[in-house]
Design a protein around this ligand. Structure first.
Ligand code: S3P
Length: 441
């Protein structure tokens, strides 16, 4: 968990120029450690995200008896213990700020012979877990939570899990993945169907680790009783981290920025389509493949943006990018309407309310709706705003500050380290005006 309080002072930057590579994908890093831990043999994970969320997951497997070493930064060598080789931890398992960690682990730990207790930080302790508890209970798991299905989660051991055919009530890759991971330990064939296809890293990675699985957009099926084979994983750069620079360079006049080897899984790149509809100038160059995932270099140049009605079909494919999209909309010409995005209210913060309040303080015209917002573009001014400890809100407000007429103080930014350690230094290196409050110069 982040140490202490950190505020940023942001604004008055230069045109954004240069070539950068953002850190490894968070979703892929979590899954790589999880599957490597319960595989037979030793796996090497390259490009592992050195964020607090993913480090929490690695530390949890250490407590469960898996030897994980870090020969250098962004590399983990995981000595897998096999499907049934995990051991009971002596204390609670701390997922920190990570919803992905807690929800996927709930599925994986539901199939163990021993019990576990999953805890998280203040933000994670407010996030809904009934969405994973309900299907896992249907599979035969015994899980207790606080009233309202909130963490901590007490997962009892020695359950005989049965496969289910599960239709997800919300489009959630975390819920889908929890059910599939429990399905590894279940008798029979587990099936999940989604109202809208979500990121399929669990399915792809299970297949790469040798588990028979059939999947296509919106559905996946697997049976219990197989084994995972150790596999090396090469993690691509995180599109969600690249997203802040795509928005910033689109907005700041004179910008011309190259983002190298960005993961381009189509279930992640909805923001690219939304920004292009708004008039952004983003080119995909040198397309290739890394660790079984499509990657490309993205060249983004400043272009005037105009407001749009964000197509609802894009929402799951850009679910983590709305704070940045709100900033783009607040600085675009005309009106942007976001609908069908109620899930934003149960992320690391209520991202609709928190982003809207901060942008309003900067002078933006933002009207919240239950499942989105109506945003009218216009000039922004300096002010003191609060990210409420939400990493993606903090980074998005740092973008807004580059275009504000005065300096912006952004409160509670330490959690940026959960997904994007070193964001402020990298952002400064391409021209952002951004520094920790209290630092000189
Ligand atoms: C994730 C799925 C999404 C996303 C999160 C990572 C994953 O959450 O917001 O940052 O790795 O599966 P939901 O499944 O709650 O939509």
């Amino acid at each position: 968990m982040s140490a202490g309080r950190l505020d940023w002072l942001a604004g008055q930057g230069a045109a954004l120029r240069g070539e950068i590579e953002v850190p490894g994908d968070k979703s892929v890093s979590h899954r790589a450690v999880m599957l490597a831990a319960i595989a037979d043999g030793t796996s090497r994970v390259q490009g592992f995200l050195e964020g607090e969320d993913t480090r929490s997951t690695a530390a949890i497997f250490g407590k469960l008896g898996v030897r994980i070493v870090a020969p250098s930064a962004s590399v983990r060598v995981v000595r897998g213990v096999g499907l049934h080789g995990l051991q009971a931890a002596s204390g609670e398992l701390d997922c920190g700020n990570a919803g992905t960690g807690m929800r996927l682990l709930a599925g994986l730990l539901a199939g163990q012979a021993f019990g576990s207790v999953l805890v998280g930080d203040a933000s994670l302790s407010r996030r809904p877990m009934a969405r994973v508890i309900d299907p896992l209970r249907r599979m035969g798991a015994h899980i207790d939570a606080r009233d309202g299905g909130l963490p901590p989660l007490i997962i009892h051991g020695n359950n005989v899990l049965q496969a289910i055919d599960f239709e997800l009530p919300v489009a959630s890759a975390q819920v889908k993945s929890a059910v599939l991971l429990a399905g590894l330990y279940a008798q029979g064939e587990t099936r999940v169907r989604e109202p809208h296809p979500t990121r399929d890293y669990t399915e792809r990675m299970l297949s790469a680790f040798g588990w028979p699985i059939s999947f296509s957009p919106g559905q996946a099926r697997l049976a219990g009783g197989h084994r995972l084979r150790a596999t090396d994983v090469d993690v691509p750069a995180d599109f969600s981290s690249a997203a802040f620079f795509l928005v910033a360079a689109s907005l700041v006049p004179g910008s011309d920025l190259l983002l190298r080897r960005v993961g381009m899984n189509p279930r992640r790149t909805g923001l690219l389509e939304a920004l292009r509809l708004m008039g952004a100038d983003i080119q995909e160059q040198s397309p290739g493949e890394q660790g079984g995932e499509p990657v490309a270099d993205l060249r983004v140049r400043h272009a005037p943006l105009r407001g749009i009605a964000v197509p609802e079909r894009l929402v799951p494919d850009m679910i983590d990018e709305f704070p940045a999209l709100f900033v783009a909309a607040a600085l675009a010409q005309g009106r942007t309407v976001v609908r069908g995005a109620a899930e934003l209210r149960v992320k690391e913060s209520d991202r609709i309310a928190v982003t809207a309040a901060a942008l309003q303080a900067l002078g933006a015209r933002v009207q919240e709706t239950p499942d989105g917002a109506v945003i009218d573009g216009g000039p922004l001014r300096g002010a003191t705003v609060d990210s409420h400890g939400d990493h993606r809100v903090a980074m998005s407000l740092a973008i807004a500050a580059q275009l504000a007429s005065g300096e912006v103080r952004i409160g509670d930014c330490a959690n940026v380290a959960t997904s994007f350690p070193g964001f402020d230094a990298l952002a400064r290196s391409v021209g952002f005006g951004l520094r920790p409050a209290g630092a000189i110069g």
